[in-house]
Design a protein around this ligand. Structure first.
Ligand SMILES: Cc1cc2nc3c(=O)[nH]c(=O)nc-3n(C[C@H](O)[C@H](O)[C@H](O)COP(=O)(O)OP(=O)(O)OC[C@H]3O[C@@H](n4cnc5c(N)ncnc54)[C@H](O)[C@@H]3O)c2cc1C
Ligand code: HEM
Length: 377
């Protein structure tokens, strides 16, 4: 795309910004009216996530002048879209409705030249997604059906759930998996395998039921042995690089313990020998079992030190104990950091580590948490 086109794409985005709250409803209404067959790809209740698609389209705007980054982002997204049942023809339908939505809200900035620029931007992204999806379809399925083979309640709202995928499910410890259940069809949520890949292909997740949460409650309170869930492809690239000599500080709270354990187990498989200081926080004594697993790993591997805190039940969820214990340590001028757990905890821990000398680019975490506020006072 030319410099002028990039400017036009951005100008339209700025013009529709004041209507950001109205855009998704308009877009989806149009899409489902014009292409009713597409409705069945989306969840029945869309109110929580209804801005997901549109937010991502607007994210493309941020990336239009960074073609390499845009291509990688879109390829990942395209491969992942196979799980929704997205096919080539859908891209034109979504593009048409997106452009019509922008035209509706952009006012005078929607000129023929701007429309052309937006068409080019959308087509670039859509082609990259579709191409990657078609390529992906040659060597792996779009989804895996997985039977529940283990269900252990670890506390009133936490369960360890083991599933057996119907086909090999290659992933790396530290990645996460999207899942949908028969109780909330087409409602996809992410869960993190609590271990590196096993020989028998089974996967265990640590799932916490949130108050009012749909999929998490279904999994913790309704799932039984023999039920079938659907898995999308593994996502994310959190990994301890075996080639780096840097020491590592790792912080995990809540179900982030699953990610931490998988990451460390994968590091063992990869032959990583970097010193790793792992700070873990558990909400209740009942959840200590997860920390015991990590202590066992540290007994076997001298490069791994585990420091655990258990929250007072009354302050559970705040992560205060974990953060206090972390703040007493440091500085970490030459460390890499890995953070896993609830978003608020990840951001708070990132702030402590950043103050302790770790630059933001060496604070690694899942891609859905923004550390934008971490560097600011
Ligand atoms: C990379 C990643 C890895 C993850 N790994 C794990 C893991 O290993 N284990 C784990 O337990 N979780 C994990 N999660 C979180 C998980 O993906 C889900 O977000 C979580 O289970 C909640 O989903 P839900 O469908 O139960 O809740 P939702 O139904 O999406 O609800 C979420 C919250 O919003 C509230 N809410 C729901 N509907 C509304 C509404 N209409 N208006 C206002 N509020 C509403 C609910 O009360 C609830 O508190 C991970 C998330 C990410 C991003
Ligand atoms: C350039 C084009 C597109 C972009 C950038 C895009 C981006 C996204 C993103 C980022 C998400 C959220 C993913 C997640 O959180 O897991 C999403 C969800 C989704 N997309 Fe797309 N998408 C595009 C095209 C399409 C097309 C053509 C279809 C098919 C009709 C489609 C169907 C869906 C569905 C069904 C969801 C799940 C929505 C939900 O869970 O509420 N997308 N899209």
């Amino acid at each position: 795309m030319t410099k002028r086109q990039i400017e036009l794409v951005r100008a339209v985005t700025a013009a529709v910004e004041p209507w950001a709250a109205d855009l998704p409803r308009f877009f989806y209404t149009l899409l489902f009216e014009r292409y009713p067959q597409v409705r069945e790809l989306f969840p029945i209740r869309m109110e929580v996530q209804q801005d997901r698609l549109l937010r991502a389209l607007l994210m493309i705007v941020d990336l239009v002048d960074d073609p390499q980054h845009l291509a990688t982002f879109c390829a990942d997204l395209g491969r992942d879209h196979r799980k929704f049942g997205t096919v080539t023809a859908h891209y034109a339908a979504v593009g048409e409705c997106l452009l019509a939505t922008l035209a509706h809200y952009a006012g005078p900035s929607w000129t023929p030249e701007a429309a052309e620029a937006w068409t080019a931007a959308y087509n670039t992204a859509a082609q990259a997604m579709d191409q990657a999806a078609l390529e992906d379809a040659r060597h792996r399925p779009a989804v895996w059906q997985a039977r529940v083979t283990g269900h252990v309640r670890r506390s009133h709202n936490l369960a360890e759930i083991t599933v057996q995928p119907d086909q090999p499910y290659p992933y790396r410890g530290g990645q996460f998996v999207s899942m949908t259940t028969p109780w909330w069809p087409r409602t996809w949520r992410y869960y993190s395998p609590a271990h590196a890949p096993r020989r028998d292909n089974s996967i265990t997740f640590m799932v916490r039921a949130l108050t009012g949460g749909r999929v998490s409650n279904a999994l913790v309170r309704h799932a039984e042995l023999g039920d079938t869930v659907t898995l999308g492809p593994p996502l994310g690239d959190l990994a301890l690089d075996a080639r780096s000599q840097r020491a590592v500080v790792c912080v995990a709270g809540g179900t982030g313990l699953a990610t931490a354990r998988a990451l460390i187990e994968q590091a063992v498989l990869d032959g990583v020998r970097r010193p790793v200081d792992l700070y873990v926080g558990s909400r209740t004594l009942e959840e200590l079992y997860a920390i015991d697993d990590l202590h066992q790993l540290s007994r076997r591997h001298s490069w791994l030190a585990v420091r655990a805190t258990v929250a007072d039940e009354l302050t559970s969820g705040s992560g205060t104990q974990l953060l206090n214990s972390l703040a007493k340590q440091g500085p970490w001028p030459d460390h890499d950091a890995f953070l896993a757990g609830p978003g608020a905890l990840v951001v708070s821990a990132a702030r402590v580590l950043h103050r302790g000398g770790i630059p933001i680019e060496r604070l690694h975490h899942d891609p859905f948490v923004s550390l934008d506020s971490v560097g600011t006072p």
